[in-house]
Design a protein. Structure first.
Length: 133
């Protein structure tokens, strides 16, 4: 009798990270607190979703002309400002409910001219390896 070869194989399946991050489209400086939330639905056990204030932010509002005023984000009722590049929220796939944080924006300089000032605060969202405990 002929020898029959036996083949074995293994299929490795790796989940693509799935998560939902909600960041409000508008916020009033010196106004209401806004909520940023993250739901890490399908991450590996060693991963987490990180929401950070983008490092490119210059925290400046303008009135459409040359007038500028500086602002700063704060976590909740804290008086310590959040710096550009700093993480404000992390969420891991722990089976818990949505993770959230409150952010408020305050002026860090006084407007020279009256008017409506606008600007953008950009957030960076990434999936990173969790620090081992």
């Amino acid at each position: 009798p002929a020898v029959q070869p036996v083949f074995t194989w293994q299929t490795l399946i790796q989940n693509t990270p799935t998560y939902t991050v909600t960041i409000p489209t508008t916020a009033a400086v010196s106004g209401d607190t806004v909520t940023i939330s993250a739901d890490a639905e399908a991450l590996r056990a060693n991963q987490e979703v990180v929401v950070a204030v983008d490092a490119a932010n210059n925290f400046v509002l303008t009135n459409g002309g040359t007038a500028r005023v500086n602002y700063q984000p704060f976590l909740g009722d804290s008086t310590t400002a959040v710096n550009a590049g700093e993480a404000v929220l992390t969420a891991a796939n722990t089976g818990e409910e949505t993770t959230q944080v409150s952010i408020r924006f305050g002026l860090s300089s006084t407007p020279v001219y009256a008017g409506t000032y606008t600007g953008t605060c950009t957030f960076a969202v990434s999936v990173k390896e969790r620090a081992s405990e």
